[in-house]
Write a protein that binds this ligand. Structure first.
Ligand SMILES: Nc1nc2c(c(=O)[nH]1)N[C@H]1C(S)=C(S)[C@@H](COP(=O)(O)O)O[C@H]1N2
Ligand SMILES: [Mo]
Length: 215
């Protein structure tokens, strides 16, 4: 677990969450999942996910999930692979442009988030296949999800199906409400307006934001 709760967060139980428009888009996990990699690369590719992950060193981590809307689920036990190990294997095959320093990740439901390659390849970033000792459940991102422990939850894309290497940042599904880096320790909730202001906005909006996921 992380040592203390970041500024502006409150403890909550883990439950399925996301942007309201994705609440009803929980797609069935395909029988043979694939990962498409394109963008600023020499050889775009579509990988069979099982083959792509085969033989990568397994990795586990206990970390908290901090949603930008001010809730934090504590001490989640994720396992899978270090995202940087996966990225190295992918890069060997697709040959990214040397100045492609951003990665747009897309989930099966169409949710997108853009991470700095540096953030995606940091220590506490997993490509997770298991949660709390069991197979990753569909509501939490089966078959594979990003878990970026030091960034707000919107960077931890569930049901990962595509990666696009990019030369520049481009906002994902949450648009202006996202921050390119989204570092929790710096309260980078959004690119515009300071974190403490967003904290108040989100805390007030949270009951409404949860509604589509609870009904
Ligand atoms: N594919 C996908 N990934 C997503 C989202 C989503 O709606 N779709 N929501 C993000 C947000 S805002 C948060 S806080 C976390 C929530 O993860 P959970 O549903 O496992 O609690 O997933 C993130 N990843
Ligand atoms: Mo979130």
């Amino acid at each position: 677990m992380d040592r203390e709760l970041p500024t502006g967060q409150r403890v909550a139980q883990l439950e399925r969450f996301g942007l309201p428009e994705f609440a009803r888009r929980l797609a069935a996990v395909p029988e043979r999942p694939v990962l498409t990699v394109q963008g600023a690369v020499r050889r775009p590719a579509q990988f069979d996910l099982a083959e792509l992950l085969d033989g990568l060193p397994e990795h586990e981590q206990r970390s908290d999930l901090h949603c930008v809307t001010t809730w934090s689920a504590l001490d989640l036990h994720w396992s899978g692979f270090r995202f940087r190990d996966l990225a190295a294997r992918i890069a060997d095959a697709v040959h990214p442009h040397p100045r492609a320093t951003w990665l747009m990740a897309t989930g099966l439901d169409g949710f997108r988030s853009c991470l700095a390659l540096e953030d995606a390849c940091a220590d506490r970033v997993l490509a997770a296949t298991r949660l709390n000792g069991a197979e990753l459940p569909p509501e939490h991102g089966a078959p594979l999800r990003l878990v970026s422990a030091d960034q707000y939850g919107y960077k931890s894309v569930k049901h990962l199906v595509a990666l696009e290497y990019r030369l520049t940042y481009s906002a994902g599904s949450a648009g202006f409400k996202e921050h390119p880096r989204a570092r929790v320790a710096r309260e980078e909730r959004s690119r515009y307006l300071p974190g403490p202001l967003w904290r108040r906005i989100w805390a007030a909006a949270l009951p409404l934001a949860r509604k589509p996921y609870r009904s």
